[in-house]
Design a protein around this ligand. Structure first.
Ligand SMILES: [Cu+2]
Length: 490
């Protein structure tokens, strides 16, 4: 039985080369079911991961054939869920059994620079057959993930990613169950194999590579996500997709956002009842299961207009856990030891995102040389950060800015393009202070901030982690097509 498929993003998208391999019309939306991510680990001991090809039954039973050839940690998708307690030391030895170089970047973790996994910048890339030992303290509790930083647009797309959960020293009471949903989308051919055309230049100038099959924890099936009446869940959402933005609506339920990108926020209802998760981002929800035994409720992804689909169904078991969910207020998670920026004294910097389709771009600086737009396109470059485009695959650049260690900075990031960009800063978590000049309300700390087209955000942080840190778009095709730079903390 073939895997069912999602509509692609609009007719314009369908006309492009990478999407030509199949038709997206008349296919029903994809239902998916979550299984608990397999837990790997624990503090104290050394975790061994092998990056290698494997096979994944993305459709799950009873439609497990054909399997999809993937690249995964331990050959699985997602890779093992790494779970440690805050304050513990994490040791991970990665062995590379891929046909090409790789690294691991610990997305969102404030690690020492040498552990950040950026090839040539913070470590030599790990050659096929070689290993590398990562070791750092689990400083901040929260939901994180790990993935390569070498040719991410292909390696992540083939399945190399896994969730990393750092548990609070004292687990929040009144939470009955802690569940991780790693969201991804895939572009599959009719034989369920991953379509080629990674880093397609036309797509890179627009949405990036959006797929036709959505999975939760590496599965697409007709089953439901099993819950019990009266349960209170903590649901950790991780968006591991290259480019797809999710906007989840839990029909008949009222999710409360308790953390963004691992960091606690003031508990609040998502805007318009919809939980938006851009590529690279994480959202922790508390979800009270208020339905009756035997009830079903849909979780819809409504992010793209007219392309909404059912992500999965919440399926209540016959036996309630209790009469109703706990009445205790939803707990504010304990703050992590992230230094608060001094906004009054913060030095301001402007960051302008430019380029892309439906925009005029004269050219940009590439490796210190001015290239006009045509020459940029010839090299697969179309995006800029402050008038500079990072050459494909090159992570070592002149810094966009040199920051003084321990000082506070406020960056005004203006997205002057026609596309949204989830901008990710390595090595730090930052406060999101304002959007379009309007102060934010929930004390958001993030490491990846989604900036809609033609909008702006202000972020602030203390540059307390020395080293060279990437600052890039987490639409991985945008990153590969120039939207990347680095900031130096010295
Ligand atoms: Cu982008």
């Amino acid at each position: 039985m073939p895997i069912s498929r999602l509509p692609m993003l609009g007719r314009r998208f369908l006309m492009l080369g990478g999407a030509a391999a199949f038709s997206a019309t008349g296919l029903r939306p994809v239902p998916a079911v979550a299984r608990a991510a397999d837990s790997a680990v624990s503090g104290g001991s050394t975790i061994r991961l092998i990056a290698r090809p494997g096979r994944a039954a993305l459709a799950g039973p009873p439609h497990s054939e054909p399997e999809t050839t993937v690249w995964g940690y331990d050959g699985r998708v997602p890779g093992p869920e790494i779970r440690v307690r805050q304050g513990e030391r994490l040791r991970v030895v990665l062995e590379n059994r891929l046909p090409e170089e790789t690294t691991i970047h610990w997305h969102g973790l404030r690690v020492p620079n040498a552990m950040d996994g950026v090839p040539h910048l913070t470590q030599p890339p790990i050659a096929p057959g070689e290993s590398f030992a990562y070791e750092f303290d689990a400083t901040d509790a929260g939901t994180y993930w790990y993935h390569p930083h070498v040719r991410s647009f292909e390696q992540v797309e083939r399945g190399l990613y896994g969730p990393l959960v750092i548990e609070e020293r004292e687990l929040p009471r009144t939470i009955d169950r802690d569940v991780t949903w790693v969201l991804d989308d895939w572009r599959l051919l009719e034989d369920a194999q991953i379509a080629g055309g990674f880093g397609n230049a036309m797509e890179a100038g627009m949405t990036g590579r959006v797929g036709n099959t959505v999975t939760v924890n590496g599965r697409v099936t007709d089953g439901g996500f099993a819950v019990r009446s009266g349960e209170r869940l903590r649901l950790r959402l991780v968006n591991a997709a290259n480019a797809r933005i999710f906007g989840l609506v839990f029909e008949g339920h009222e999710p409360v956002v308790v953390a963004l990108d691992g960091q606690p926020v003031t508990p609040h209802a998502p805007e318009d009842g919809r939980v938006v998760v851009g590529p690279g981002m994480r959202v922790d929800l508390v979800l009270d299961m208020t339905g009756r035994p035997g009830a079903r409720a849909r979780v819809l992804d409504t992010y793209y207009a007219k392309l909404e689909y059912r992500l999965l169904e919440i399926a209540y078991g016959a036996e309630p856990l209790r009469d109703r969910p706990p009445t205790a207020p939803i707990p504010t998670l304990p703050a992590n030891p992230v230094p608060e920026p001094n906004l009054a004294r913060a030095e301001r910097h402007a960051v302008v995102l430019g380029g892309g389709m439906m925009n005029h771009l004269e050219g940009a600086l590439v490796d210190g040389r001015w290239l006009d737009a045509r020459e940029m396109m010839r090299r697969g470059l179309i995006w800029t950060v402050n008038g500079t485009a990072a050459a494909p695959g090159v992570h070592v650049h002149e810094p966009l800015a040199v920051l003084r260690r321990g000082a506070s900075y406020l960056l005004e990031i203006r997205n002057e393009t026609a596309w949204p960009h989830p901008m990710h800063l390595h090595g730090h978590s930052f406060r999101v202070i304002a959007r379009n000049g309007v102060p934010t309300r929930h004390r958001e700390w993030q490491d990846t901030v989604l900036i809609p087209r033609r909008e702006s955000v202000e972020i602030a942080f203390v540059a307390d982690n020395p080293g060279d840190w990437m600052f890039h778009c987490h639409v991985l095709e945008h990153q590969a097509a120039g939207m990347m730079g680095l900031v130096r903390v010295a």
